[in-house]
Structures are given as structure tokens and as C-alpha cells.
Design a protein. Structure first.
Lengths: 213, 325
């Protein structure tokens, strides 16, 4: 019953819905990309420099404990409302899983593999891109999967500070006590999460092919 | 006269936070094309010695020369590509196929695809793996012995003149190890590489090396041909180390040419003939099974170069025994 009514509502508001979906995806993708760009180099730095690693990993773990909503609200006076503060908060949320998994992925590389690569005459850059990153990649993708699902779910909060997205449907629905609208928002976010999770699992499967027979 | 491939000039190495030198005051010249084994117990400095050659470790003092040039003056990566490196843990890249592993350096050197494919096939043949069956496999789909064969092939990909091997067969079962040792000897004869081979196994050191470096407490105790090491140990330590091998094992590593007596090259008797590379163990077996009291030794061209009598054989074992007692 409720699903039929939801679909009816959806069809009459399809333009608004498309717009919300696109914004939701844009914010999520931007946050995930930003966190990848920051977290992978930081993770590598941590793995190569034990003095930095302790401090850095702890800082990000503490940041992770702070609820995204709190970060959004705290960031508002500085960054204002809209897309940018939402991106900032979601990026902070997405960094720790990728950072920690990159760190662990690098730390797990058998040192004799690196010694051989050096002994063969590969330079640091070739070793990083040709050996270390590919070997750490399965774990980095595991981190990315965790981050991506967290970001997609948390991106609903972005609508609180006027950034739009599927959160608009959820909060509007709650405000109007209209669960058809809540359902549209909620189901869409869930579907996006599942879709992302499945596609990343496929990517991971293909990069770990060598680990199976 | 062979050129000097590697020369150590008064080389010492002390690790940070270590009170003692891992290697101290080492002087040695290694001729091009020779198979040198470096023998010692753990902590003797043998691995440090080896890994200073390709600058995995840097000496604290002294100088290492590669064909006369100080290695510090050479561009690090280019220099290392001239030196094959094989270690006990093998260190194959797990995410690459056998073919990609072996092709790593040729690819960096920008060889064309066909040349790389040919080289990979040639090297796999050399290490007795069928290219068709193995080139697409991943390292984890190989046994320990097969992995080390691939490790060896990879180290030889860019045709280095020198090979450094750090206990490469240490983690491999006894039968496979023997096969690999025999194949390595063949490869070395065929390609005339300079090989530095670290091992803690006395039998392996004596079997593989033309010359053996014996290390203890960071110093070279003796550097000499297998025959010299066995018959004239330089000091008590060497004597005790060699004494861990019984007479039969020693006879297995001594070659006919090292103990043969001079003979008139025109000798034409009907005595049994052996190659100058034949082990004294085989000759002993022959004496025990037949009634003859001497054999003739011949070179690759089958001309007689010496003879070994029963008495001479006996003397050669006694000599070592008395000195090492």
C-alpha cells in the first residue's frame, strides 16, 4: 500500500527526485575522491615513517568518533552553508578507513619483496607504483568500501545545512509526517549504498584475482 | 688473466646501535667468471658482506670496486641492474605472473614486447620450467623450488655479469636443493657468470664453489680453492668447520684435477679414464669395485692430463684429516 503511494508521489515529483539523486551522488563522489587523495598519501607516509603514524592515525580516529552532524554544525560558522561544509564533513568521515587500510596494506608487504625490487634496480617511484600500491590495493579497496557506504549514508545529513540531496526527502517527510516521502528518500539511499558496495566488491574481486587459484 | 669483477678494500661495516663490527677490515678480489661461495655461521658477517656489494647495506669504511670503479660513483639503479640478486625468501611479486616477474627489469629498460617474451621463454627453459606451463602462473601457484627457479630467472633477466645469492636454497627440501645446485653449476658453466653465493651449509659451499670464503666474527678466515680449504685449513676455526664433513663428503667435493699426479701426455695404457671434473668419491668407488690401482685423468678434449693412484687418493684424504684434527 505505502509503496504504491510512494511511487505515485515519486512520479509526480520526478524532477525534484532526479535533482536530489544527482546532488547526493555528486556530494558523495566528491567526498570519496577528496578522501582518497588525502588518505592514501597519508597512509603511505604513516607506513614509511613510524613517528608520524602514531599521531596521525590517532588524530583521525578521534575525528571519526565525533558525529558527522556535529562536524557539520561546527563547520558552519567557518564554511557557511551548502555544498562545501558538507563536503568537508563527509571527507573527514571517509578518511580514517582508507588511511588505516592503506597503512596496514603497506605494513603487510613482505620486506623481502621490497629488498628484491631494490636489489633488481627499481627506483623508489617504480617500487611505489609497480609493487607497493598494487600489493596494498585489495586492502585499500576494503577501506574505500567502508568509507563509501558511510559517506553515502551520511550525505543525507547534508540537507540539514542546505546542500540538498536525498536527505531533503527524508527530512521533508519527517517534518510533514508523510512516510511516503521518507520511504522514497530512505530506499534510494539504501539502493545507492548497495549499488556502490557491489560495484566496489567487483573491482576488488578483479584486483585480487592473483590471490585465488 | 681474468679481470677483477669485485674488489673489497679494507671494508668494514658497523650497524647503528651495534657494539661490534658485522664485517671488519675485509680485503678480497673476486675474479670475473668465478663461482665463490661464502661460508659461515649466522652472525659471521657473510650476508652483510654480500649485501654491501649491491649497496643494500653501505660500508662504514673502506671501498668496494666494480671492475675498478668505486661503486659509490655509479648511479645506484643502473649499477644494481648489472647485478642479479637472489635471496632465500625469493621475494617474487605476488600480484604479477611468472612472465611479468621475469620481465620487470627488461620492461624498465624498455625492451620491445617480442624481445621480452623471447627472453622470458629462454630463461624459463634455462631454469628447467616449461614456458608454456608456467609463464601465466602466479607465484602462489608454484612450489618453493619452482618459485626459487623463477627468482633465479628474474635475477638473470637483464643478463647481469654478477649474481649475488643469499642462501637461495636454504628453505628448499634436500632433493630439490640438490637438483637446483646441479642446475646452478651448469648455468654457471654455460654462461660464465661471476657468482657470490652465501650459505651456512659446508657441503653446499664446497660443492658449488670454485673458491670458498670462510667468514667468522666479521673477518675472512680463509679464501681459497676447495682443495686448499680442505687440505690446508688456515686456522683452527676453518679446520673445525671442515671437520664437520666426514671423509666421504670431502671426497665428493674434491675433483680429480686437484690431486692428480703429472703424467706423460702420450701415455696409452688401458686404465680407466675419468674427467678432470670427476669427484674423488667416484674414483674411490671405482677402485673399490675394480682391481685396478690407478685411473687416468683426461680434459674436455679427452687428452690425458694426469693420473690418480690408490696411494695418491689415500694420501689426499689423510692430508686433510691430519691437518684438521
Amino acid at each position: 500500500m505505502m509503496i504504491e503511494e510512494s511511487i505515485g508521489y515519486l512520479l509526480t515529483n520526478i524532477d525534484k527526485y532526479y535533482e536530489a539523486v544527482i546532488i547526493h551522488i555528486e556530494i558523495s563522489v566528491a567526498a570519496i575522491l577528496a578522501s582518497l587523495i588525502l588518505a592514501i598519501p597519508l597512509g603511505i607516509l604513516c607506513a614509511k615513517n613510524s613517528r608520524v603514524s602514531y599521531a596521525l592515525i590517532n588524530v583521525f580516529n578521534i575525528l571519526r568518533i565525533i558525529p558527522s552532524l556535529a562536524i557539520l554544525v561546527v563547520a558552519m560558522p567557518i564554511l557557511g552553508t551548502g555544498f562545501i561544509p558538507a563536503l568537508f564533513a563527509l571527507t573527514l568521515l571517509a578518511i580514517p578507513p582508507i588511511l588505516i587500510n592503506t597503512y596496514v596494506g603497506f605494513k603487510n608487504i613482505n620486506p623481502s619483496i621490497i629488498e628484491c625490487a631494490e636489489g633488481m634496480g627499481m627506483n623508489a617511484k617504480k617500487i611505489l607504483f609497480g609493487v607497493e600500491i598494487p600489493i596494498a590495493m585489495p586492502l585499500i579497496i576494503t577501506g574505500l568500501r567502508t568509507s563509501a557506504t558511510e559517506v553515502i549514508a551520511s550525505a543525507t545529513l547534508a540537507s540539514y545545512i542546505g546542500a540538498g540531496g536525498l536527505g531533503d526527502f527524508i527530512f521533508t517527510g519527517i517534518g510533514m509526517n508523510d512516510f511516503r516521502i521518507v520511504l522514497i528518500g530512505g530506499m534510494s539511499v539504501a539502493l545507492l549504498s548497495v549499488f556502490t558496495e557491489v560495484s566496489l566488491a567487483v573491482v576488488q574481486h578483479s584486483v585480487t584475482r592473483y590471490q585465488r587459484d | 688473466m681474468a679481470r677483477t669483477a669485485i674488489e673489497f678494500r679494507n671494508v668494514s661495516k658497523q650497524y647503528t646501535n651495534a657494539s661490534q663490527y658485522a664485517v671488519s677490515g675485509v680485503n678480497i678480489s673476486i675474479e670475473e667468471g668465478s663461482f665463490i661461495t661464502i661460508l659461515g655461521t649466522s652472525g659471521s658477517g657473510k650476508t652483510t658482506f654480500l649485501k654491501m656489494v649491491n649497496r643494500i647495506y653501505e660500508p662504514t669504511s673502506g671501498e668496494i670496486l666494480y671492475f675498478g670503479q668505486p661503486i659509490q660513483n655509479l648511479q645506484l639503479e643502473e649499477y644494481r641492474r648489472k647485478i642479479g640478486y637472489v635471496i632465500q625468501q625469493v621475494g617474487l611479486f605476488p600480484h604479477m605472473t611468472v612472465e611479468e616477474n621475469i620481465g620487470t627489469i627488461p620492461q624498465i629498460l624498455k625492451w620491445d614486447k617480442e624481445k621480452i617474451a623471447n627472453r622470458v621463454a629462454e630463461l624459463l627453459e634455462l631454469v628447467c620450467l616449461s614456458p608454456k606451463d608456467f609463464k601465466k602462473r602466479y607465484p602462489r601457484q608454484l612450489s618453493g623450488g619452482q618459485q626459487q627457479r623463477v627468482g633465479l630467472a628474474r635475477a638473470m633477466a637483464a643478463d647481469p655479469s654478477i649474481m649475488l645469492m643469499d642462501e637461495p636454497f636454504g628453505a628448499i627440501d634436500a632433493i630439490t636443493r640438490q637438483n637446483l645446485q646441479d642446475e646452478l653449476i651448469n648455468i654457471q658453466r654455460k654462461l660464465n657468470k661471476t657468482i657470490l653465493f652465501v650459505t651456512h651449509d659446508v657441503g653446499e659451499a664446497l660443492k658449488l664453489g670454485d673458491k670458498v670464503v670462510i667468514m667468522h666474527e666479521g673477518k675472512i678466515q680463509q679464501f681459497g680453492a676447495v682443495y686448499e680449504i680442505i687440505s690446508k685449513p688456515a686456522n683452527d676455526y676453518v679446520a673445525r668447520l671442515i671437520a664437520t664433513q666426514d671423509i666421504v663428503q670431502r671426497l665428493k667435493v674434491l675433483k680429480a684435477q686437484s690431486v692428480m699426479l703429472p703424467v706423460d701426455p702420450l701415455t696409452r695404457d688401458n686404465a680407466f679414464r675419468v674427467s678432470k671434473e670427476e669427484s674423488l668419491h667416484k674414483i674411490l668407488t671405482y677402485f673399490l669395485e675394480h682391481d685396478h690401482n690407478h685411473v687416468l685423468v683426461e680434459d674436455e678434449r679427452r687428452s690425458v692430463v694426469g693420473k690418480i693412484t690408490w696411494d695418491q687418493l689415500k694420501a689426499s684424504t689423510k692430508q686433510g684429516k691430519i691437518l684438521s684434527a
